[in-house]
Write a protein of this length. Structure first.
Length: 196
């Protein structure tokens, strides 16, 4: 029995829906990658305070790579895990790690004072530079790095929902690459070793 072309219409329609969805997914995926990979706008000037109470700007880090992470000290899981990964990656680099400054920028300046940052970061690695500042200053640097964060109110307290990305900035202060939450210390160290 020969099927008429009209009988194929439902199948063609289904194929068009699936194919269209796949194209839309790929476009969104590529757009997301382009936003990170080609974002010359990532990074910029800042004036913040480190864990020792010293004013720091982006110029203080020129000539060295910066591995920048945004988080907060009250974070229950993601931040300590990521900072442990950073510390392990630095240890794997050995002497080459001297060309790199790991930087932790708080997204919770109300609670993360210099003293709190100093105590918190000491548990991970002495090379970590913690930065805090006014609410406006943190909002500014977060915009420069395209970082998402938002306070989530809880009973009697609050958490901060935030993106989980490590940004590698070059010695000239320009964006080089990023590492997401799935990258472990071995992978990060191997990539850094090629770049340093």
């Amino acid at each position: 029995m020969i099927r008429t072309p009209l009988a194929l219409i439902p199948y063609l329609f289904l194929f068009a829906l699936v194919f269209g969805g796949w194209i839309s997914y790929r476009a969104d995926s590529i757009a997301g990658q382009t936003q990170i990979v080609h974002a010359d706008a990532i990074g910029g000037p800042f004036t913040l305070t480190d864990q020792n109470g010293k004013t720091r700007t982006e110029k203080d880090f020129r000539g060295r790579y910066m591995l920048v992470y945004f988080g907060y000290t009250y974070c229950p899981d993601v931040c300590p895990t990521t900072l442990t990964v950073v510390a392990e990656a630095l240890n794997r680099l050995g002497p080459a790690a001297e060309r790199l400054v790991p930087v932790f920028v708080t997204v919770d300046p109300a609670r993360d004072t210099p003293a709190v940052l100093k105590s918190y970061l000491a548990d991970f690695d002495s090379r970590l530079v913690g930065l805090t500042g006014s609410k406006d200053a943190i909002e500014r640097i977060a915009r420069e790095y395209h970082v998402y964060y938002k306070d989530e109110k809880l009973t009697g307290s609050y958490a901060v929902d935030h993106s989980n990305t490590l940004y590698l900035m070059g010695p000239d202060g320009r964006f080089v690459t990023y590492y997401d939450e799935s990258a472990g210390p071995e992978k990060i160290a191997a990539d850094l070793r090629k770049r340093l």
